[in-house]
Design a protein around this ligand. Structure first.
Ligand code: NAD
Ligand code: DAU
Length: 353
C-alpha cells in the first residue's frame, strides 16, 4: 500500500479518489483535519476497504512511527501542509510548524522505517514530497518560466516554509540516501478546492451575490493546472521518477487574475444567469496582498521529456468543468465553509478593503 499525508485536503483527496478509481492498491490516508481537511470530500469511499483513514498530525513522531510499522507502505506521498498564502501573512506560526517541523518529523520517521526494510523493499521505496512553484519567487513579464534549476527565492511565509521543507528533503536524500522525489507544481484548480482560494472564492461569492475581491491591479499572473492533471503527473513521478530528482509540473496556462475572474463571470452568466445584470458587476478592487508575487510560470519540459507526461485539460475545459462542479455541489461548499472560515472572510477582506 501507499501512505498519503493531507489526503482530506484539496489535492490530496483528488489524488486518493483518482488512485482508488484506477489502481488496485490500498491507501493509508493520514490527515489532521484542520479547517482545510474535510471527510465529506471522501464520502464516496465509505465502506471501501482499500481506503484507511487515520486522523493524526505529521508533527507527532510517535504516531508516524506506529503508522509506518503497522502499514508498511511502499511509498509516502506528502501533501499535508498549511497552504494559503494570505493566512501565512496573518499567522505564520502554523506554517513553520506543519510545513517545516512536520516535514522534518515525517522524514525522520521515514528514514528510520526505510533503513530497516529488506533489500528489495528498500530499493523501491519512495518519499514523494509535493512542493510548489512559489519557492522560486516572482518572475518579471519577460523572464523565462521557472525551471528545475531556478534559484530559490521564496517571498511569503508560506513559500519560505515550503522552501525549507524542500531543503530538508534534498538533504535527507544527499546525506542518508532516502529515495526522495520532489515536485514543484503551479496553481491548481478543480473540484473540492477550499473556497478561500481565488477560483472557488470567486464562484461561491458570485453565486451568493457578494463582492468579487480582486487584489491590487488584477494583473498578477498565475499558471493554472487542473487538479486531475497534477494527480496524473504525480502518479508518473512516483512510478518512474529518479530518486533525488525534482520535477516541475505545469500546464503552460499563464493567465492574469482579472482575466480569470472575467472568464468565471462569463461562464456563470451562461450556466446560472442572474435575474438582472452580469456577474462582472460584482467585481470590487481591494488592497493588494503584502509582498504579492507578480508572476509564476512553470517550464514542465523535463516531465514531458523524461516521463512522457502531458496535461489532459485545457484551461477552458478545466474551468468549465470546475464551474459546473461547484454549481452541482453547493452543499459541499456549505458544509466546509462555516464557523472559522466565515470569520476569516470577514476579518481578512475587512482589512484589505
Ligand atoms: P489544502 O490546504 O487544501 O489541504 C491540506 C491538507 O493537509 C488538509 O487536509 C489538512 O487537514 C492537512 N494538514 C494540515 N496540517 C496537517 C498536519 N500537521 N498533519 C496532518 N495533516 C495536516 O492544500 P492543497 O491545496 O491540497 O495542497 C496540498 C499540497 O500541495 C501542499 O503541500 C501545497 O503546498 C502543495 N501545492 C498546492 C498547490 C495549489 O494550487 N493548491 C499548488 C502546488 C503545490
Ligand atoms: O503557485 C502554487 C500555489 O498556488 C500553491 O503553492 C498555494 O498553496 C496555492 O494557494 C496557490 O497560491 P496563490 O497565492 O497563487 O493562490 P490564491 O488562490 O490565494 O491566489 C491566486 C491569485 O489571486 C493571487 O495572485 C492572489 C489573487 N487573489 C486571491 C484571492 C483569494 C485575489 O485577487 N483575490 C482573492 O480574494
Amino acid at each position: 500500500m501507499i501512505l498519503v499525508t493531507g489526503g482530506a485536503g484539496f489535492i490530496g483527496a483528488n489524488f486518493v479518489l483518482d488512485w482508488l478509481d484506477g489502481v488496485d492498491e490500498a491507501v493509508v490516508n493520514v490527515d489532521k483535519l484542520t479547517y482545510a481537511g474535510n471527510l465529506g470530500t471522501l464520502r464516496s469511499l465509505h465502506g471501501d476497504l482499500s481506503h484507511i483513514f487515520v486522523r493524526a498530525d505529521i508533527c507527532d513522531r510517535a504516531a508516524m512511527d506506529i503508522l509506518l510499522a503497522d502499514y508498511q507502505p511502499r511509498a509516502i506521498l506528502h501533501f499535508a501542509a498549511e497552504s494559503h498564502v494570505d493566512r501565512s501573512i496573518h499567522g505564520p506560526e502554523d506554517f513553520v510548524q506543519t510545513n517545516m517541523v512536520g516535514t522534518f518529523t515525517l522524514l525522520e520517521a521515514a528514514r528510520h522505517y526505510w533503513k530497516d526494510l529488506p533489500a528489495t523493499a528498500k530499493e523501491t521505496f519512495r518519499f514523494l514530497h509535493v512542493s510548489t512553484d512559489e519557492v522560486f519567487g516572482s518572475l518579471s513579464p519577460d523572464d523565462p518560466p521557472f525551471a528545475e534549476t531556478s534559484l530559490y527565492a521564496p517571498n511569503s511565509p508560506y513559500s519560505a516554509s515550503k522552501a525549507s521543507a524542500d531543503h530538508l528533503v534534498r538533504a535527507w536524500h544527499h546525506t542518508y540516501g532516502l529515495p526522495t522525489l520532489t515536485t514543484h507544481c503551479s496553481n491548481n484548480y478543480g473540484p473540492f478546492q477550499f473556497p478561500e482560494k481565488l477560483i472557488p472564492l470567486m464562484i461561491t461569492h458570485a453565486l451568493a451575490g457578494k463582492p468579487l475581491p480582486v487584489y491590487g491591479d488584477g494583473q498578477n499572473v498565475r499558471d493554472w493546472l487542473y487538479v486531475g492533471d497534477h494527480c496524473s503527473a504525480l502518479r508518473e513521478v512516483l512510478a518512474r521518477g529518479r530518486p533525488g530528482e525534482t520535477y516541475n509540473i505545469g500546464g503552460w496556462n499563464e493567465v492574469k487574475n482579472i482575466e480569470v475572474v472575467h472568464t468565471l463571470c462569463d461562464l456563470l452568466d451562461q450556466l446560472a444567469p442572474k435575474e438582472s445584470g452580469l456577474y462582472r458587476d460584482q467585481i470590487t478592487w481591494v488592497a493588494d496582498r503584502p509582498g504579492h508575487d507578480r508572476r509564476y510560470a512553470i517550464d514542465a519540459r523535463k516531465l514531458q521529456r523524461e516521463l512522457r507526461w502531458k496535461p489532459a485539460e485545457s484551461f477552458e475545459s478545466g474551468l468549465e468543468k470546475t464551474v459546473r462542479w461547484y454549481l452541482e455541489h453547493q452543499q459541499w461548499v456549505n458544509d466546509v465553509a462555516f464557523g472559522d472560515y466565515r470569520k476569516w472572510v470577514e476579518t481578512h477582506y475587512a482589512r484589505s478593503a
